[in-house]
Design a protein around this ligand. Structure first.
Ligand SMILES: Nc1ncnc2c1ncn2[C@@H]1O[C@H](COP(=O)(O)OP(=O)(O)OP(=O)(O)O)[C@@H](O)[C@H]1O
Ligand SMILES: [Mg+2]
Length: 262
């Protein structure tokens, strides 16, 4: 199992779209994929046309009661892709349980105990640095940071990279990250300038390609599907395929299972 957390403390930068699009790429290759919706607004759950979860199920039950992945995962319309849904109850976790012992590492503990259940786990996170994002970062093998090219969004990336530095102080192996430029409009000078500024500030961590503005993302989520399953030929879906190929080369190799070693 490898876990990819999609995070940015800035809102509206394409986190949920990136989570779903990358997961769809992994599922298209025939791998077993689990989405974990850690945003109480449940955009990921809703964009797959699914009901939100209450406190007896979904991500709240996962983190509050440490139930197993298989008890909580539901199938989606995409073959090979399950989801642990979110809902408003998840917001109360931050308020009521953030000081519970080991709260920041619950997702990591559960995933380690059930590492054979899925090949990939993709965690979507809210745009706030709280116990939900901390769970995703603690569990992650790699972090994807989507950002729009504008100055305010770039400021958000700087904040996120500082958060990763903090997380890395308590990790034996640093957590790798990839910064992804989203909503890129090639007709505008400001998109190009923003991309160049990201490149100057973040160098090799910046994916050297971009996700273009594509209105079809919105249409796809209103149909409850990843864009690649509505219109595989769209520019947006093709860009995420490219990003997935790039990430596959950057991700740490998964540890061999004991059976493979023997
Ligand atoms: N490349 C794109 N081009 C055009 N629209 C996009 C693109 N990526 C995402 N969108 C649309 O923009 C909106 C915001 O995207 P998304 O929900 O993925 O952002 P987010 O970072 O998860 O937001 P939040 O911080 O609120 O969780 C959605 O309606 C989505 O369909
Ligand atoms: Mg979102």
């Amino acid at each position: 199992m490898q876990i990819i957390a999609v995070c940015n403390q800035k809102g509206g930068v394409g986190k949920t779209t990136t989570t779903l699009s990358l997961a769809a790429c992994a599922a298209a290759a025939g791998d077993a994929v689990l989405l974990v919706d850690l945003d109480p607004h449940a955009s990921l759950t809703l964009s797959l046309g699914l009901e939100t979860a209450d406190a007896r199920g979904g991500a709240y039950a996962l983190l509050a009661q440490t139930l197993s992945l298989s008890e909580l995962a539901r199938p989606t319309a995409v073959a090979g892709m399950d989801i642990i849904a979110s809902g408003p109850a998840l917001a109360t976790l931050e308020r009521d349980q953030r000081r519970s012992p080991g709260m920041g590492r619950r997702l990591q503990t559960i995933c380690r105990a059930q590492a054979g259940a899925y090949r990939w786990v993709f965690a979507d996170t809210p745009p706030t640095l709280g116990v939900l994002m901390i769970n995703a970062l603690a569990a992650a093998d790699h972090v994807v940071i989507p950002t729009q090219p504008d100055p305010l969004s770039r400021h958000g990336v700087t904040g996120m990279v500082k958060t990763l530095d903090m997380v890395n102080r308590s990790r034996p192996i640093p957590l790798g990250h990839s910064i992804v430029t989203t909503f890129y409009d090639r007709r505008t000078r400001s998109s190009l300038n923003g991309f160049e500024a990201l490149s100057a500030d973040h160098g090799g961590a910046l994916w050297p390609d971009v996700i273009p503005v594509d209105t079809q993302f919105r249409e796809a989520s209103s149909r409850g599907l990843p864009l690649s399953r509505c219109r595989g030929a769209s520019r947006g879906a093709a860009a995420y395929e490219q990003l997935w190929s790039h990430l596959l080369q950057r991700l740490p190799q998964p540890a061999a299972s004991p059976a493979e070693v023997a």
